[in-house]
Ligand binder design. Sequence first.
Ligand code: GLA
Length: 384
Amino acid sequence: MSLRLALMMMILLAGAARAQRPELAATPPLGWNTWYAFGCQVTEVNVKAAVDAMASNGMKAAGYEYVSLDDCWQGERDSEGRIQSNSRFPDMKALGDYIHSRGFKFGIYSSPGPKTCGGYAGSYGHEKEDAETYANWGVDFLKYDWCSAGQVYQPSQVEAAYEKMHEAILMTGRPMIYSLCEYGMGAPWTWGPKIGANLWRTTDDVSNKIDFQEYARMMFVGFGQEGLQHFAGPGHWNDPDFLQIGNRGLNLDEDKTQISLWSLLAAPLFSSTDVTKLTGAQLTILTNPEVIAVDQDSKGIQGRRLSQAGPVQVWAKPLSRGRTAVGLINSGESPFPASVDFSDIGYSNPARVRDLWERKDLGVFKNSYTTMVPKHGVVLIEIH
Ligand code: GLA
């Protein structure tokens, strides 16, 4: 092999190493995150209680795997620049061990800026040490949130700022899912996979926790994903933020709508509520295996909007083995009829329809399927 060819191969291989690793998030990651549950008051006790609850309430069995600390765990840096946790998190290594011992994976949070959004220490200038510290603690997932980074980087440097941390992670040798959070400002879906991201937030927060217009906000964010389906696939996912099931502001029909739409979107599914307080009905919604299977389908295709008429939108997601999931979503203020034309999803013969929330076969239908959808509700079906 000529020297030139060898050099070119080395450059290509180095580039490939920097790209995202599909096997880390072959399907959208599932888990729990502290943010909407506890905000900046979060403690180690909250996290351990969530781990214990999820291990026994059906969530772990349903696939919720990553236990992710969001903002506000950080303390000061030591004299060598190594980040310490604050007094609410007395021993991060032990917490990681606890999370792993119960069969979960450990997620953490930082910022490319000097400060996180909550005003805690970010990783700016300490990317290498921080990635090493996370690896020593047994971290498996990093959410990296822009926050104050605009004070130290130009808009043209966003990609490079995110790549810097990914390189630091690679240097540790520990696989970590890399989750970008820059609110969709710089179209991260166009460059995220290239710099090692496995997921990226596409929007601002799904809840502002101020006016509690939760349903309207959630629909705005969810429906706003139309057009981004081309950028998602195994190892690299659009992230419209966390599930609100269990939080103030959504009723059960609205809860079902969020997890149905997020599953049709092949979105990461992170519960972000106090899971020790979930009701039986909320847990049933969070753990419905047939709905989660839509999200986790091995083809990894993000669904798209088929039609929009009045208060009803119909969304469809092609699944493996020739099946298609269809969500009939009514964001109106009273029940409304909705239908899907089989020809719109490529079926020319009569097709079998299964209701995924009721978990029952509805029969064989010709040409189309029509049903009533409750106010702010959803009917999620599988067609084959
Ligand atoms: C930003 C992010 C949220 C959360 C907070 C933490 O607002 O969008 O998801 O991480 O910061 O401070």
